[in-house]
Design a protein around this ligand. Structure first.
Ligand SMILES: [Zn+2]
Length: 406
């Protein structure tokens, strides 16, 4: 079997990158906008040109099918074509278009697999327009209520359902995927590890577990000059202790663990008033189940102890927690073999971000291949992965997909 056509793949990525292109080389292609519709139309045209039939489900997820020689569940390959505001050209399209390149390559060589191959473009993966992320895959694979998804609205009050109809991508519930031999996704790493260690591609072990919380600290406002230090209930001083305590918790993880306070607001927010109220968010991620439990409980302890020490009150809200998802051993083995056959060194790593492959992994054997990201950048216009690295990942995908599809 010959490898994929790097020039064709590079050109397709460039063409896709023109849809919703920004002045600084990125894309602005939020889900179910006119730009997303144009990207979908182009993808559909390419699938049909490659001899595939395209199905659309009731969440607008698109599935291009290359028939197999036997009546078996498909091997699914894919990712997403939507972007965040001022996002990059690679996050998502790399997965969809390497999958398309696999099909084009099989067509060139007249190779017929036993299992069909389905290429999928999941709707609104980013969740940048309709919350939350992984929108299309979680709705179609039943981990999220269908009605709730269809009724979701964006900031302007437009519903997901209406916008799907408007762009012509409201499909049929019967087209949701029911079974798959395996699910494979190529995605940019979005982090610095592969570049730092000089690996073109990476074998993803799984998706880190994570949870989010929102914390409200209430103290007492007062004149910044007239209130002696020992008389204060300063919400920001208390919150600062909490932030440092949360960092310590992450450092105590037995395995890999990170915790981030990425958003904070201070009220009333004036130079000469003791802060009365602080709201902040916590995003914590780790690999081991014991660490997830430790972090969840630890956050409560840290926050309550700091509140008591500073004489303020505190409320923690949010209960979203997601356990670590492990990718399938057989699929990972297939990817590892493919990397070795391509002469690529194998570097295993965890995904710090959520991906549709993690949703698929709850139902089917799944795996992911990461592509090196320049400067670890993503969700930014300067996001970049080289044509050579993307082609290397596509060749790994080709071998692994053919291995799994027979
Ligand atoms: Zn993505």
């Amino acid at each position: 079997m010959q490898g994929i056509n790097k020039d064709r793949l590079t050109e397709s990525l460039a063409l896709m990158g023109q849809i919703g292109a920004t002045a600084n080389g990125g894309v602005y292609r939020l889900a179910l906008t006119d730009e997303d519709r144009d990207a979908r139309n182009l993808f559909r045209e390419w699938c049909e040109d490659a001899g595939m039939t395209v199905r659309i489900d009731d969440f607008g997820n698109m599935y291009g099918r290359r028939a197999g020689s036997e009546d078996l569940p498909p091997v699914m390959l894919g990712s997403h074509l939507d972007s965040v505001p001022f996002g990059g050209r690679y996050d998502g399209p790399v997965g969809v278009l390497t999958a398309l390149e696999v099909v084009r390559t099989l067509n060139d060589q007249g190779i017929v697999t036993k299992h069909p191959i389905d290429i999928v473009n999941w709707s609104n993966e980013e969740g940048a327009r309709f919350l939350p992320g992984l929108f299309g895959s979680t709705a179609a694979l039943g981990t999220r209520a269908a009605e709730e998804a269809l009724n979701a609205t964006d900031e302007a009050g437009c519903s997901f359902r209406d916008e799907l109809v408007r762009i012509g991508y409201a499909g049929d519930k019967a087209n949701r995927p029911t079974d798959a031999r395996a699910y494979l996704e190529v995605h940019i790493e979005q982090g610095p590890v592969l570049e730092a260690e000089d690996y073109p591609v990476g074998l993803v072990r799984g998706i880190q577990g994570q949870f989010w919380r929102e914390v409200t600290v209430k103290g007492r406002a007062g004149h910044a000059g007239a209130n002696p230090m020992d008389s204060r209930a300063d919400a920001l001083v208390a919150a600062s202790r909490m932030v440092l305590g949360i960092r310590e918790l992450a450092l105590q993880c037995a395995g890999y663990g990170v915790a981030t306070v990425g958003k904070m607001s201070v009220a009333p927010g004036a130079m000469n008033i003791v802060p009365a109220k602080v709201d902040f968010t916590i995003d914590a991620r780790c690999v081991l189940a014991e660490d997830l439990t430790m972090l969840e409980n630890g956050v409560v302890d840290v926050v309550e102890q700091a509140a008591a020490a500073e004489g303020v009150t505190v409320e923690i809200s949010g209960d979203e927690s997601y356990p670590t998802i492990l990718f399938d051993t057989e699929v990972m083995g297939m990817i590892r073999e493919a990397m070795t056959a391509e002469g690529l060194p194998v570097r295993e790593l965890w995904s710090g971000g959520g991906h549709d492959a993690g949703v698929a992994a709850l139902q089917w054997p799944a795996g992911m291949i990461f592509v090196r990201s320049k400067d670890g950048l993503s969700h930014a216009e300067a996001e970049y992965s080289s044509p050579e690295d993307i082609a290397a990942a596509a060749n790994v995908l080709l071998r692994a997909a053919v291995g799994l599809a027979g």
